[in-house]
Design a protein around this ligand. Structure first.
Ligand SMILES: *Cc1c(COP(=O)(O)O)cnc(C)c1O
Length: 230
């Protein structure tokens, strides 16, 4: 199967899973995570209709943003403090914020571009040492702390589930949804309206994520890899 065919198949499957979960397919964004392919791979997905792409490395984000500025580029990787000024000009949405000093720098960089940077706060729901993100208990306080920054808009939460056990992934996603609802209650009406996204679910566990309320599924291998069996 080609990248274009894969993209269209995953898009159909996502819509079918939404119906099954009694959700509106237009409430779930399929983010094509293109980190393993070059410009040609991006072009193939773009021609099949993809309009949102995710990258976890700055160099790739910059190169692909320059080639295809008409689509939305999401930054889903580790944030390095000194690279923030380069991430912000390219990023439609940053999924991986969990440090206050980074939030401050993002706001400063966005201000100099006359932009409000949309961000998601990454939460380490599973507590695995290998995963980054905030402790769930720190999340509400963190969002409170950064709420005064003028050029950052907190649009929701992101997590990565442990791999290999879909039951565990399901619990992880369901916990993030509960946390989002809890945090939302602590926000002003205006900030609550913006706090709408749950970025959760990847190639192996996006079905569970949609059942639990995901609004952004981040899919790499199921679209861009030849040998991903789904
Ligand atoms: C690579 C990556 C994905 C996509 O993973 P697949 O298993 O290939 O679908 C999603 N989110 C993040 C943060 C990633 O780094």
């Amino acid at each position: 199967m080609s990248i274009g065919e894969n993209y269209r198949r995953v898009l159909e499957e996502v819509a079918a899973q939404c119906e099954k979960a009694h959700r509106d397919p237009s409430d779930v964004l399929l983010l094509a995570v293109s980190k393993t392919v070059g410009l040609d791979g991006v072009k193939q997905a773009l021609d099949a209709g993809a309009a949102n792409f995710g990258e976890n490395r700055l160099e790739q984000l910059q190169e692909k943003y320059a080639a295809f500025p008409q689509v939305n580029w999401h930054f889903i990787g580790n944030i390095q403090s000194r690279r923030i000024k380069d991430i912000v000009p390219c990023a439609h949405l940053i999924h991986s914020l969990f440090e206050e000093r980074h939030a401050q720098k993002i706001s400063d960089a966005a201000m100099s571009l006359d932009k409000v940077q949309r961000v998601l706060v990454e939460v380490n729901v599973s507590g695995e040492a290998s995963k980054s993100g905030l402790d769930p208990h720190e999340t509400k306080g963190f969002i409170q702390e950064i709420s005064h920054l003028p050029n950052v808009e907190v649009c929701g939460l992101m997590t990565m589930a442990p791999q290999g056990d879909l039951q565990v992934a399901h619990e992880c996603f369901s916990d993030l949804k509960l946390l989002k609802d809890d945090v939302a209650k602590s926000l002003s009406a205006e900030k609550r309206a913006a706090f709408a996204e749950l970025s959760m679910g990847m190639s192996e566990d996006w079905r569970e994520a949609i059942e639990c309320g995901s609004t952004i599924v981040r899919i790499g291998r199921a679209i861009f890899s030849d040998d991903f069996a789904c």
